[in-house]
Design a protein around this ligand. Structure first.
Ligand code: HEM
Length: 376
């Protein structure tokens, strides 16, 4: 039995029995459908307190309006990104870079890394991404009449592209898929073991590229300079680990939600199959409607935000799945319109931490849909 504690400074009338996560002691969200559940939040207050709203069971303030989320995400002085999520699993305290850095350090590393995932770089990667999608889909279509889309396609595909980004082949794909799964979905023990293994692998790769430089991401990182100095080991860890894990569950779940939607809507599936040029726009709408990332910030000082007495150290949640169903931003937000124009969703965040990998993510999703629809 887990005791859920609401901090004393939170007024009882601002507490809501709502969680984006399943946790012992908390009720599951309606029908296990997070997107339908969060859509209902727009009938309620702009901000409330959820006593159990992170994977490890911590309480957060929940910002329900897209406009408020944008305001908060811009205010990096009051709402910090520093959490050392990965390192804390190892009892350490270094940031994932640039995700867990605040300005001005954030801007220094962001400028360094931007060119690595620029639209030009991603266009060059296209043939490799397509080859990997085709290889996985062909294996499925050749060997079975049914499959689990996440296990057999979307997750290994995302891992494979992360490896490609790091300059590695698919030779040990199954091993890396196992690490990724343990890290993101394992229990505490598996998670810590996977974190250790991934870190050792990043160290090994960095050492190899120092010895024998080539034209790849890790070579760039070990040769990079910030403020006229080489990167420290912890900085290489923070960058290497983030670039490996950032595109795993995010890309895989996007593909999973998209294919689930199309499986339930055969007419739209047929339309995209016969008019593949509509897939780019459709993928944007599905990113909006089935957003998956919850951004957490930590208050750096006491502040009253829209009537909520937020205290220094409180967690604040800006969930993209909530913002992207906001009726003040989107006409008929709960209707999925695969031809929706001017779709300014925040699936890839907003503000200085806007997703560095969004061009790659979009490319992966669109290629996955194109190849899946033409082959399955
Ligand atoms: C559908 C797929 C993806 C989604 C929905 C997504 C979403 C996001 C979101 C919401 C953030 C901001 C997090 C925060 O501020 O707390 C973010 C940051 C980031 N993402 Fe993605 N992401 C995706 C794929 C990728 C891929 C493929 C990569 C690269 C391999 C990537 C690399 C990053 C990095 C490096 C950051 C940190 C940026 C910064 O702090 O300046 N993402 N992503």
């Amino acid at each position: 039995m887990v005791t859920i504690r609401v901090p004393e400074h939170v007024p009882p009338e601002m507490v809501k029995d709502f969680s984006l996560f399943t946790s012992p002691g908390m009720e599951r969200m309606p029908n296990g459908d997070p997107h339908a559940a969060v859509a209902c939040l727009h009938n309620g207050p702009r901000i409330f307190y959820s006593p159990c709203n992170t994977r490890d069971g911590r309480g957060t303030w929940v910002i329900t309006r897209a406009q408020d989320q944008r305001e908060l995400l811009q205010d990096t002085l009051t709402f910090s990104s520093h959490r050392s999520l990965f390192a804390s699993a190892l009892g350490e305290n270094w940031p994932l870079i640039p995700l867990e850095l605040d300005p001005p350090a954030h801007s220094v590393f962001r400028s360094l890394l931007n060119p690595l995932l620029s639209p030009k770089r991603i266009t060059e990667l296209e043939p490799a991404v397509r080859d990997r999608a085709i290889a996985l889909i062909s294996k499925i279509s050749a060997s079975s009449t049914s499959c689990d889309v996440l296990t057999d396609f979307a997750f290994p595909f995302a891992v494979s592209i992360s490896l490609r980004l790091l300059g590695l082949s698919d030779e040990r794909l199954d091993t890396f898929v196992g690490w990724g799964r343990d890290l993101l979905h394992g229990d505490g023990i598996k998670q810590t073991a996977a974190a250790r293994t991934i870190l050792a692998f990043i160290d090994e790769l960095a050492a190899m590229r120092r010895k024998e430089p080539t034209d790849d991401f890790m070579t760039f990182v070990v040769q990079a300079k910030v403020d006229g100095r080489a990167l420290r080991d912890e900085e290489i860890h923070g960058i290497g680990v983030l670039l490996f894990v950032a595109g795993l569950d995010t890309v895989a779940t996007a593909i999973g939600f998209d294919l689930a939607y199309l499986a339930r809507n055969p007419k739209e599936q047929e339309l995209l199959r016969s008019k593949p040029d509509r897939i780019v726009l459709a993928a944007e709408e599905l990113l909006r409607a089935y957003s998956t990332v919850q951004m957490i910030r930590v208050a750096t000082k006491d502040i009253n935000f829209e009537g909520a007495p937020i205290r220094k150290g409180d967690f604040v949640s800006c969930a993209t799945m909530i913002a992207n169903r906001d009726p003040a931003e989107f006409e008929h937000p709960n209707t999925i319109d695969l031809a929706r124009e001017d779709n300014r969703h925040t699936a890839f965040a907003y503000g200085p931490h806007r997703c560095l990998g969004s061009h790659l993510a979009r490319q992966e999703i669109v290629i996955a849909l194109e190849e899946w629809l033409s082959r399955i």
